[in-house]
Design a protein around this ligand. Structure first.
Ligand code: CA
Length: 659
């Protein structure tokens, strides 16, 4: 421990920072006339650049000593066109040599064990120069979260075999359920659903899946970073050729953009897969937060955590974000365990992304919590410091999530829709994106991600079934649209959707939540078989009325932009109705002047009880837009009412003022 404690003292000293903070280029900078290499390794005694013909195996072609420059950076220059070669660095610190991948490597060989010298322009698909981030009004954003593998791995996806589970599946248009020619799947399905952004589970190079082996019996979400700046090889059609993963990810992004859909990348800058990693090999301990005794802090629950507050670690994170945003035209970043990153790093990242062309369109939001006790001393980007974060850095709102459906850890714990009557106060707070509550520090609604389910924990469907009763068999989870338990859960599911899709803030959903996705009661499927994780597109057809319910709500939300208002004072316009029956919640929100909306105001009621109620309407003529059964009434014949409205059991009723 002594060495690591000495290092902690060294790295946290002003002198080390003054002597070694480096702001010049890093990584491998390719040009046809020659390639330059830059590695920041201030504690190294020697660094060798090693070249290889292949990304894995074969002997070292050549070894070149690198030269120490000011500020702890080591450089080498290789004349001539070296594109296509692979490389590593052999870094010697305290007499010990580690061979590492360049932390800035843009691509690599199979399993990311060697970096690749890449002419990035040759990875651009045709038309890439014309590709840009779609302009999606902030008020309209709705995020749909999926793993690349889950999206299309099933034969029911209608994707041809060679592209199933790969980036390229996103490029396939007009696909249908098992090629039936009727029920849309994948991209065609998303266009119809109306979500504005697809959030991809980790797509950087992660470690748990062996890219060199057949993937049949391997599965992992990918929260195990190995190389932060290269795409995951198992999502490409050829993980052995480094240029392929880069090109195919760009093709996927371009196809989604062409469909008007933004792409959000899940970034896990909070920890790495193993302690033996490229950052530790370059500068032992520097990039990882340390306890007082020098040992690694483990706020991630994965054995280590990144010391984002150390200046070169902060720079590494921001460089990586800017690279992905620029090279891959990405539309946003979702920060895993954001509570392990410090506030200053997050705000500096916001500023760096804003400085890019159209950079203010790039979303930033994350998990405002940690995975265990952390040694972080700088203000952390967690819920308690919401007021210190940019108004355009959001957090997953577990308050709203748990109020609606109950605890995500305790299966039987009920929420508002499953019988917890006193959750009604938190539902009201959630509608106003907690801007009128003292549960969270002062913030803007733009900082709240309103949701009920994500990749972690039970699917919404499983949670509802587990809270309602005791599903035992796989068939209990699958359900049948005709049986009573399924009918009950469907009504609750529709109510969940109607609540969070009428909350202020930015709505977010796990892929398949809208078709009663089940993992058969599995609460953590990060390495479960593919069969548990992959989207079952058959289910999207079987539960298409539920899909349509989500679709109608998404459309309704887009038609009333005040719900997605971003500014700090927006929630003040909500007027809550004094309803005599306690668990009922009712509220009204006026349209904002100048909004393009057919309704002067929206009036919303939630009835989680098993009884029918009647509610008093505010003065005026109201059109019924959404009932417990249909969320698309606003698209059909006008159903007008005034004075009162009926609230059937377990449903939301939404009305728009037309006079
Ligand atoms: Ca990998």
């Amino acid at each position: 421990m002594a060495a690591s404690l000495d290092r902690k003292r060294l790295y946290e000293s002003d002198r080390f920072h003054a002597e070694n903070y480096y702001s010049g280029p890093l990584g491998c900078v390719y040009a046809p006339a020659g390639t330059s290499f830059y590695l920041w390794a201030p504690t190294a005694e020697a660094v060798q650049l090693r070249l290889f013909l292949k990304g894995d195996g074969g002997r070292c072609l050549d070894q070149h000593p690198m030269h120490r420059q000011a500020h702890g950076v080591w450089t080498a220059f290789l004349p001539g066109n070296r594109a296509g070669l692979y490389y590593t660095y052999a870094v010697t610190v305290d007499g010990h040599t580690e061979e590492i991948v360049d932390p800035y490597a843009r691509s690599g060989g199979v399993n990311g064990r060697r970096g690749m010298i890449l002419d990035l322009r040759t990875t651009d698909p045709a038309g890439w120069q014309q590709d840009s981030r779609p302009l999606i009004p902030a008020e309209q954003r709705v995020i749909w979260e999926v793993s690349v593998r889950d999206f299309s791995a099933s034969p029911s996806s209608g994707i041809r075999l060679s592209m199933r589970g790969k980036f390229l599946a996103f490029t396939q248009e007009n696909t249908t359920l098992s090629f039936d020619g009727v029920n849309p799947t994948c991209l065609a399905y998303l266009k119809r659903l109306g979500v504005t952004h697809v959030q991809l589970l980790p797509i950087y190079d992660s470690g748990s899946v062996n890219e060199a082996r057949p993937l049949e019996n391997q599965y992992n979400w990918g929260y195990d970073p190995v190389n932060y700046n290269m795409p995951e090889g198992s999502y490409s059609t050829d993980p052995f050729r480094g240029e392929v993963r880069v090109r195919e990810l760009k093709q996927a992004v371009m196809a989604l953009h062409k469909a008007g859909i933004g792409v959000v990348m899940d970034v896990v800058y909070n920890h790495m897969w193993h302690w033996d990693n490229c950052l530790n090999g370059a500068v032992p301990n520097y990039f990882f937060r340390q306890n007082e005794d020098g040992s690694p802090s483990n706020g991630s629950g994965c054995g280590n955590e990144v010391a984002s507050e150390r200046p070169m670690a902060r720079r590494f994170i921001i460089d990586s974000l800017v690279y992905w945003a620029t090279e891959y035209h990405l539309d946003g970043f979702r920060f895993d365990l954001m509570g392990l990153l410090d506030v200053d790093t997050m705000n500096a990242a916001r500023a760096a992304l804003d400085a890019l062309p159209d950079g203010n369109r790039i979303l930033m939001y994350g998990e405002p919590w940690q995975g265990g006790g952390s040694a972080i001393t700088a203000p952390a980007a967690d819920k308690g410091n919401l007021h210190l974060l940019s108004e355009r850095i959001g957090v997953f709102c577990d308050n709203t999530r748990d109020a609606i459906k109950g605890s995500c850890f305790h299966a039987a714990d009920p929420g508002y829709v499953t019988g917890k009557a006193d959750a009604c106060w938190d539902i009201g707070a959630g509608v106003a994106a907690w801007c009128r509550s003292d549960h969270l520090p002062p913030h803007a609604p733009s900082q709240i991600v309103s949701y009920v389910s994500a990749h972690d924990n039970f699917t919404l469907w499983d949670k509802l079934l587990l809270t309602n009763g005791h599903p035992k068999t796989k068939a209990d989870y699958t359900g049948s649209p005709a049986d009573e338990a399924t009918q009950k859960a469907l009504a609750q599911n529709r109510l969940c959707a109607a609540i969070y899709l009428t909350c202020m803030g930015m709505p977010f959903m796990q892929a398949g939540e809208e078709f009663a996705r089940t993992k058969y009661g599995e609460g953590n499927s990060y390495n479960s078989p593919l069969a548990v994780n992959q989207l079952d597109w058959q289910r999207a057809a079987a539960y298409h009325p539920l899909v349509d319910y989500y679709r109608g709500l998404i459309g309704l939300r887009k038609a009333f932009p005040a719900l997605g208002a971003q500014d700090r004072t927006a929630a003040e316009s909500i007027v809550f109705s004094p309803l005599p029956e306690q668990p009922l919640v009712g509220w009204m929100m006026p349209a904002r002047p100048g909004d393009n909306t057919p309704w002067q105001a929206l009036c919303v009621f939630y009835n989680p009880t098993e009884a029918r109620h009647t509610a008093q309407l505010p003065a005026g003529v109201w059109r019924l837009l959404c009932s417990g059964e249909s969320s698309s009434l606003w698209c059909g014949a006008e159903l007008l009412c005034s004075d009162t409205v009926a609230l059937p059991p377990c449903c939301a009723v939404i009305l728009g003022q037309v006079g």
